[in-house]
Design a protein around this ligand. Structure first.
Ligand code: AMP
Ligand code: DBH
Length: 526
């Protein structure tokens, strides 16, 4: 089993330290520091739970002792699958304090995804809660498939033992990529690089100890975790309020009750909030800044945020691999509405290249590549993906098509075949693979279709198998996907049966060209 690593060339690392981006802080160290400075400030609110920084640290230490008492050793990986409840924080800070590496699964992930994470990361345990869903039962199914996942952990605690020294230059956790081709890749982030990204994010967003962040999106997502998210808020000594779901009916009363000042949403949710706000009896005036990201927020919608929600919009264009762009609170209205912002760091290097690798001038669309003090140089244990996704000099190929103007980026679309369904990235290839496992399916191609509510929805074109006992219905195909043990957001929104794929006569048509042709045909007909 390969231990997760993430390294930058020595001259880059030296420069990032010298410029004060990498300060030798650790995730556990941050919590200790805040608990020492302001022990009685409220760190986390969830329903009736209110944990101060001192209280959270005590719980995280108890969790760390618990993990170590199971025989887990510093450097070991532990999957975390916890929805938006307070227990998320002692669970992950406990791992950090024990020198263990969280692997962040999302709440909708099921046995197929979890088994992949367990195998790929070599995780020896999984920490869950029994909130909302029986995650422990799910974990037991995964364990039956991947026995190296020895420990299913709930409410870890144990007698005090010495905690290890943690190296800030080492990998702190594994984040999950949206998966542009096939299964999700694992993203090793170091303490130094990740802390820089959310410390600088907190600064850009003007967070202070008085800030109150509403965790509306699932906190295992990189955006609500770090842009500036829950970690940026805790870094600033503010308060995190956990929302069990992001609907206006749940979120608006929480904003009113706790004086929420900042939150982050994906575009479809921002639209829902804007629709609901004029009629709500709840006072939303504490809200100062609404970050919107994960997928493109269209200018017409962006222009209505202030009048409907009474707060400043901030566009956020980021990726779990690193680079995050923000519009700044002081930017012109036009910049905030029309662009997805500019990078966090003066040392974020941005290339916008045509398909031959030649830089395009400002104002022209091109492929976005980036390198910098918080962008990874490699995925975990995946030479093929690394060869595809990184240039020899260490630039990450984001797969996004952007236009740059005066340093600000406007996202035009994707070069690849992933579907961005309300901010959840879905790999067409991964879904096609599942569909091909159906005995009555001969071939399948999955494409994104523009959708008023989701931004993009998934459409599966399916060629039924002949002579296999009848053709399936769309409902059956969707039901079949549900038996595959995958996150529900991967079930195709639409299934279209076709007798054949045109152009297959052209023999070697690539999947990419096929998907493009099917998508174009679909759009023509609507
Ligand atoms: P991931 O690599 O799975 O973390 O997903 C990151 C991807 O989400 C980016 O490469 C973009 O394709 C997309 N994305 C994130 N934020 C935005 C945004 N504000 N506008 C358009 N696309 C976005
Ligand atoms: O979509 C994303 O992955 C994303 C969006 C906004 C992200 O990772 C981030 C900000 O940090």
């Amino acid at each position: 089993m390969t231990d997760p690593i993430q390294t930058w060339p020595e001259d880059f690392a030296a420069r990032y330290r010298e410029k004060g981006y990498w300060r030798g802080e650790t995730m556990g160290g941050i919590l200790r520091a805040r608990a020492a400075e302001s022990p009685d400030a409220v760190a986390v609110v969830d329903g009736d739970i209110r944990w101060t920084y001192a209280g959270l640290l005590a719980r995280a230490e108890a969790a760390a002792y618990g993990y170590l008492s199971l025989g887990l050793a510093p450097g070991d990986r532990v999957i975390v699958q916890i929805p938006n409840v307070a227990a998320f924080f002692p669970a992950v800070f406990g791992l950090f304090l024990a020198g263990l590496l969280p692997v962040y699964a999302l709440p909708p992930h099921r046995e197929t995804e979890l088994a992949h994470f367990a195998r790929k990361s070599g995780a020896k345990g999984i920490v869950v809660t029994d909130a909302v869903f029986d995650y422990a039962a799910l974990a037991r199914k995964v364990q039956a498939e991947v026995p190296t996942l020895r420990h299913i952990i709930q409410d870890p605690t144990g007698p005090a033992v010495p905690l290890p020294q943690v190296d800030p230059a080492k990998v702190a956790f594994l984040q999950i990529s949206g998966g542009s081709t096939g299964l999700s890749k694992l993203i090793p982030r170091t303490h130094d690089d990740y802390i820089y990204s959310f410390r600088a994010s907190a600064e850009i967003c003007g967070l202070t100890p008085d800030s109150v962040y509403l965790a509306a999106l699932p906190v295992a997502h990189n955006f609500p975790m770090s842009s500036p998210g829950v970690f940026g808020t805790l870094y600033a000594g503010g308060t995190v309020v956990m929302a069990p779901d992001p609907s206006p009916g749940t979120a608006f009363p929480l904003i009113a009750a706790h004086g929420v000042t900042i939150t982050g949403l994906v575009p479809p949710l921002a639209l829902l909030w804007m629709q609901a706000a004029p009629r709500t009896p709840h006072e939303l005036s504490s809200l100062q800044l609404l970050g919107v990201g994960g997928a493109k927020f269209l200018p017409e919608a962006a222009a209505r945020v202030r009048e409907t929600l009474g707060c400043q919009l901030q566009q956020v264009f980021g990726m779990a691999e690193g680079l995050v762009n923000y519009t700044r609170p002081g930017d012109t209205e036009d910049t905030i509405i029309q662009t997805q912002g500019r990078p966090i760091s003066p040392d974020d290097e941005i290339l916008v290249l045509d398909d031959d690798g030649t830089p395009v001038p400002d104002g022209q669309p091109g492929n976005l590549l980036t390198r910098g003090p918080y962008t990874i140089r490699a995925y975990h244990d995946d030479p093929a993906a690394n060869a595809r996704s990184f240039t020899p000099d260490g630039f990450y190929r984001t797969g996004d098509i952007v236009i740059r103007r005066s340093g600000y980026l406007t996202v035009q679309g994707r070069a690849g075949d992933h579907i961005n369904r309300a901010g959840e990235k879905i790999s067409a290839e991964e879904i096609e693979d599942h569909l091909l496992a159906h005995p009555q399916i001969f071939d399948a191609a999955v494409v994104s279709i523009p959708d008023k509510h989701l931004g993009e929805r998934t459409c599966a074109f399916v060629i039924p198998a002949t002579g296999s006992g009848g053709t399936p219905t769309a409902t059956e195909v969707r039901a079949f996907m549900r038996t595959r043990g995958v996150a529900d957001f991967k079930v195709p929104d639409q299934v279209v049966f076709v007798p054949e794929f045109e152009n297959t006569a052209a023999l070697k048509i690539s999947r990419k060209a096929l998907r493009a042709a099917l998508r174009a045909k679909m759009l023509e007909n609507t």
